[in-house]
Structure formats: C-alpha cells, structure tokens
Design a protein around this ligand. Structure first.
Ligand code: FUB
Length: 307
C-alpha cells in the first residue's frame, strides 16, 4: 500500500509526489503523538518510549518534538520537556497536546502526581513551538481528586485541547470516562464545571477537532485499542457515534491518534509497535497516513501504510 501526498506549487506549476515512510522516526521509539500547524510547518510532539526489551510496561520520562514542511521529511529538535520539569510530578511522560494562543504555546501533559494518588494533567508554556517549555503552574491543572467517577489512578490522562471559533478553549481528557471542561483565556484555569460524555467503549485518548460545521471527538475504543469517533454540531453534544476510524494498530495494545489538516491535505497520526525485532506495546512508533472525509462529513476508515 502506498500513501502519497500530491503537493502543487502554483507559482511553478509543478506537482511533486511524496511518499510517506512509516514509521516516521526510526532511531527512537515514539508514542502518543499530537501535532499543530504553525507558520507553514507541522510540529509533532510525542512521548519517548524507552522501556528495555525485557520490560513490559511504559517507561517514558520525556517528550520529543519534530517539525516538517511536507509531512515526509522530519527534523528532530532538542528535547523540549521532561517530567522532571514538573517539580510536583514523579514521572511518566504519557500523552499530551500542544496548542498556540496569542504567540504562546501551551503543552498539556499527563504525568504521575508526586503526592496525590494517580495521574494528573499539567501545563507547560513556551514562546516557541520547539520550546524550551517551562511548567506554567507549579502544580497540576487536573488531579485524580477532581474526578472520582472511577477508582483507578489513571483516569485523568490524555489531554486534548481546542480553541473554538468564538475564542472559547476546551480541554478534553480521560480514561474509562471522557471528561471535558472550558478553559479560561489564560489557558491555565478551568472556566466551569467538569462534564462527562457518554461514548460507546471509551477507553482513553480523546482527540477533539473541528472541520467545517462539524465537531469530531475521536478516541481509543475497547482494548486492545481501535480508534472510533463521534460527531456533533455542538461542542457540548449530543455526540453521535460514527464507528471505527482505524483498526488495531499493528503489534501495540494502544492506538493513540491525532488528526490535522496541513496545506489542504488531511492526516491521521497514530502509533504502532512496528519497529522489529523489539517494537511492541511499550516500544511504539509514530506513523502518519492520509485521512479522507465523505461529503456528509463522516470520515473514511484509515488505510494504514504501516502494515
Ligand atoms: O503512553 C502511555 C499511555 O498509553 C497514553 O497516555 C495512552 O493514551 C496510551 O497510549
């Protein structure tokens, strides 16, 4: 299977066909990617899987950042953020997402809290998309104590953030239960109650995005994870379940997506355990493929070139 990007450059009237090579990073294990477009480039943020080959759990202590002008050639930048940058945290660089507002870049991350049981969501800030980023609050934005719907310590993970057309920012997150709340304009405080969304077989990894008039809430579905999604005409729902967007990602129990449009082309970013011989659920690799919408706004199943 070949997934190519056709880019036309009107001034030169040339068309170049670029082939995506998956996984996009081969000298490190990368997972849980998020991406933004800024000044004609894509910035891709990922957790760094460093679990030794005989260690069967996540070992992640820093996040990485890559940039690209064409989604095919990627430049790695110096490590922009580590769990040790959050003095109140004790480790675990789990899933995250960056967003730009008024020239500042806010990075919402999952970490293990040092003194409150379980995972928590923190925020780091920078004036550049490649950092360096600094802890913006000196404490967690969301902790396990704030959402007690489940007994597990990892229900407050996987932040996804969006600024709507009217300027209102929203934070979505969760494992087992999907939560969302408004964010203040300073991006550092909640601006209202924490709500929950009922989604079939929601496991984790919500990703909120908007295209045209539609809001899309995609998420990791069941376990091992596929990616499913729901659509709504309002960010407050009701959400209509639309089915599976991506099948099981090869050789990894988790499957964590990011969705974006860049230079008029839609992309689906995910991870697999694809690098052999040692890739797997705790040594994952970020992949990119094309995403296609139907005329009614629904998304077609992703054809993974990583397999
Ligand atoms: O990478 C650690 C966790 O695994 C993430 O937070 C989840 O989304 C899953 O990918």
């Amino acid at each position: 299977k070949e997934n190519t990007i056709i880019q036309s450059n009107a001034s030169e009237t040339v068309e170049k066909s670029l082939k995506i090579n998956n996984p996009i990073v081969t000298d490190k294990y990368t997972a849980d990617a998020a991406a933004i477009v800024f000044n004609d480039k894509v910035y891709l943020y990922a957790g760094h899987d460093v679990a030794p080959n005989d260690f069967n759990f996540y070992k992640m202590e820093e996040w990485l950042v890559y940039s690209s002008s064409d989604m095919v050639h990627w430049e790695e930048h110096p490590v922009p953020l580590k769990t040790t940058d959050f003095k109140w945290a004790s480790g675990d660089a789990w899933a995250s997402q960056v967003i730009e507002r008024n020239g500042k870049f806010y990075w919402y991350v999952t970490v293990e809290h040092g003194s409150i049981r379980g995972k928590a969501i923190g925020v780091a800030v920078s004036t550049s998309p490649i950092g360096p980023f600094k802890d913006a609050l000196g404490k967690a934005l969301i902790t396990n104590d704030m959402t007690t719907q489940t007994e597990i310590g990892w229900d407050d993970i996987d932040p996804s953030v969006m600024i709507d057309d009217d300027g209102q920012a929203y934070l979505f997150w969760g494992n087992t239960v999907c939560h969302y709340a408004k964010l203040n304009e300073n991006m550092l405080e909640l601006d209202g109650p924490i709500e929950t969304i009922d989604l079939p077989n929601f496991t984790e990894a919500p990703w909120i995005h908007k295209k045209g008039d539609w809001y899309y809430l995609s998420y990791a579905y069941q376990f091992p994870e596929k990616i499913a999604y729901a659509m709504s005409k309002s960010i407050n729902g009701p959400w209509e379940f639309k089915g599976i967007l991506n099948e099981l990602a090869g050789n990894s129990n988790t499957n964590h997506q990011a969705i974006l449009e860049f230079k008029g082309v839609d992309y689906f970013i995910y991870h697999t355990g694809g690098i052999q011989p040692n890739g797997g659920s705790f040594r994952r690799s970020v992949c990119v493929d094309r995403l296609y919408y139907n005329a009614d706004g629904t998304m077609k199943r992703v054809i993974m070139t990583s397999e």
